[in-house]
Design a protein around this ligand. Structure first.
Ligand SMILES: [Zn+2]
Ligand SMILES: [Zn+2]
Ligand SMILES: [Zn+2]
Length: 246
């Protein structure tokens, strides 16, 4: 798919594609003024991360995360917003080192590291690294460190700066209504999406394979039915004036 999906900037509400959003966030004037108005004497370093699905660039996130957060904190967030279906294993691969959620020594080679590493000890600006959730039906992500800044320490370790708007997926049966469910087996042939009406035409066996359509690169995989915590549509702090929308 082409990279046409846009997402909204948390601070000004403007919509851009993944390719431009990183640049925008570094120069967004409303973000600048918000950050410079923050009060507090404690300082903290923050990484700006771009996170996207390795094989489907319609799904992406920009987040800012404290350098004192751990890989475990980042793993928790990715599970909450995009991935968690049944507690599968996961791993980051950074500079040739594997950081796993539950490493064990299999007796061959170096055992993997755990995820209790602070980001400031493993990340640096400009690098890109890999993440995998579920070593069976794997969802693979890429994460790049777009920027680093030192600013007033915030209460929350992690802030979502932007997220792709939910792609509109039409029913592959009637082509007239938005899809509400996806058939895990048919999805790979490109015709596994069903609207509320067309779901009723499926027999019981087929209905067992249905999963919710959701804004995630794990849609239609294993038992994934979307996030319980984050809505599919990211809501910015302000919506831009209608005339400025493109
Ligand atoms: Zn902005
Ligand atoms: Zn699962
Ligand atoms: Zn339909």
């Amino acid at each position: 798919m082409e990279q046409k999906i846009k997402g909204k900037c948390k601070y000004c509400g403007a919509e851009y594609t993944i390719g431009y959003m990183g640049k925008h966030l570094k120069s967004c004037r409303m973000r600048q003024s918000k950050l410079s108005s923050e009060k507090g004497t404690k300082k903290c370093g923050y990484f700006l991360l771009k996170i996207y699905a390795k094989y489907d660039r319609d799904y992406w996130l920009f987040i800012e995360i404290s350098e004192n957060a751990t890989l475990m904190n980042l793993d928790d967030f990715l599970r909450d917003i995009w991935l968690e279906c049944c507690g599968h294993l996961s791993a980051f691969e950074i500079d040739g080192i594997s950081y796993e959620v539950a490493p064990y020594d299999d007796g061959f080679g170096e055992p993997a590291e755990d995820m209790n590493h602070k980001l400031k000890t493993v990340l640096r600006t400009g690098m890109t690294f890999d993440y995998e959730y579920d070593f069976g039906s794997t969802t693979e992500l890429k994460i790049s460190v777009e920027d680093y800044r030192i600013g007033t320490q915030k209460k929350e370790k992690l802030t979502i700066l932007s997220r792709n708007n939910p792609p509109v997926i039409m029913c592959s049966n009637c082509g007239k209504k938005p899809a509400a469910a996806v058939h895990a087996e048919y999805m790979w042939d490109g015709d596994g999406f069903f609207c509320e009406d067309c779901i009723k035409t499926l027999d019981d066996d087929e209905q067992e394979f249905l999963l919710d359509v959701c804004n995630s690169p794990r849609m239609g995989v294993c038992a994934y039915n979307g996030s319980d915590i984050y809505p599919d549509q990211f809501v910015p702090d302000v919506e831009p004036p209608a005339s400025k929308k493109s």
